[in-house]
Design a protein around this ligand. Sequence first.
Ligand code: PLP
Length: 380
Amino acid sequence: MAKRRRTSLVRAGVGTDPAYGSVMPPIYLSSTFQIDGLDKRGNYEYSRTRNPTRDELSGALAELEGGIGCAVTSSGMGALTLILHLLGPDDLVFAPYDCYGRSYWLFRALAEKKHFKLKFIDTYDNDALDEAFKEKPKMVFVETPSNPVMRIADIADIAKRTHDAGGLLVCDNTFLSPMLQRCLDLGADIAYHSTTKFLNGHSDVVGGAVIVKDDEELMQELHLWNNSLGTIGSPFDSYMTLRGLRTLEVRVTRAQGNTEIIADFLDKHYKVETVFYPGLESHPGHEIAKEQQDGFGAMLSFELKGDLDAFLKKLGVFSLAQSLGGTESLINHPASMTHVSMGAEARAKAGVTDNLLRLSIGIEHIDDLIDDLEGALNAA
Ligand code: PLP
């Protein structure tokens, strides 16, 4: 009997230990596995190639995202590196001009080294897409909602355009997780994640994953590159991420509930210029987000009208830190932190202003989060 997604997540690997019947799957740290004879080879020989703990996580992530398989990587950037190795020097790639700063850096740096041809495009503007798709991209990337200004790309529409051009659509699903956005069902061919964020969810692992919708050959090619580049995730990180995954639904539900209240609160505050949250009706991507997402997520950004230093110094619950998607609430200043590597010009184009702050909302009591923000805004 097919289990519901939440049940599959909670029960991933439970009760499968062949040695002692441990309820939770054990962690296999061994780098190598004994072979019974040259004519009797099992599934496991060397952990860079395959490892049972990594396979456990890979199976759970593939099922969660609705794909046929998953390559588990050492970081979200490792996942992107892996995907970009599918390309050759004559292949044209479209990437969003306002994606995560380090992804932007990697796209640009590898294109400069002639690994592929690159065009940064506006994935939120139909006219710009009409113009861009006059060329035939081999691979198109979307990041939706985008980091940090939460722009929404219409995945089904871009999938159609990409497939008509004979290309593959790749979706960075980090900000929502498959709990809130089924990007493969919407038409993407590949989904990838920084599992560092909501999937692990406890800010104690750096990891990534690449999930393929239905093309077995493509999946095998990605496994081959993962093994050859050595971008694989470690058994310990895989174990931790599997542990985090079990509570994904309850964490995301609570964090999202908090975020909706905070978005409304900030939207009405006189010290806030603009709030970027797709759950607000005023957000330009609200209608598409409502259609293609199962919720608006636990990330938002806003522009502060006031003194940035005074605001940040006054905060006592929110931690000023990179990253997102943990149980604890974080605040980030993209212009000097996560998006500094883009350079000032690209940041200006992407709308990453100097007074923009990004919040990753956790699962703390909502009253403490609101009190913290209110105190800091009044001090700003
Ligand atoms: N994609 C997005 C949307 C991100 O926010 C990040 C990191 O912040 C990454 C990819 C890269 O992931 P990692 O830090 O795990 O390498």
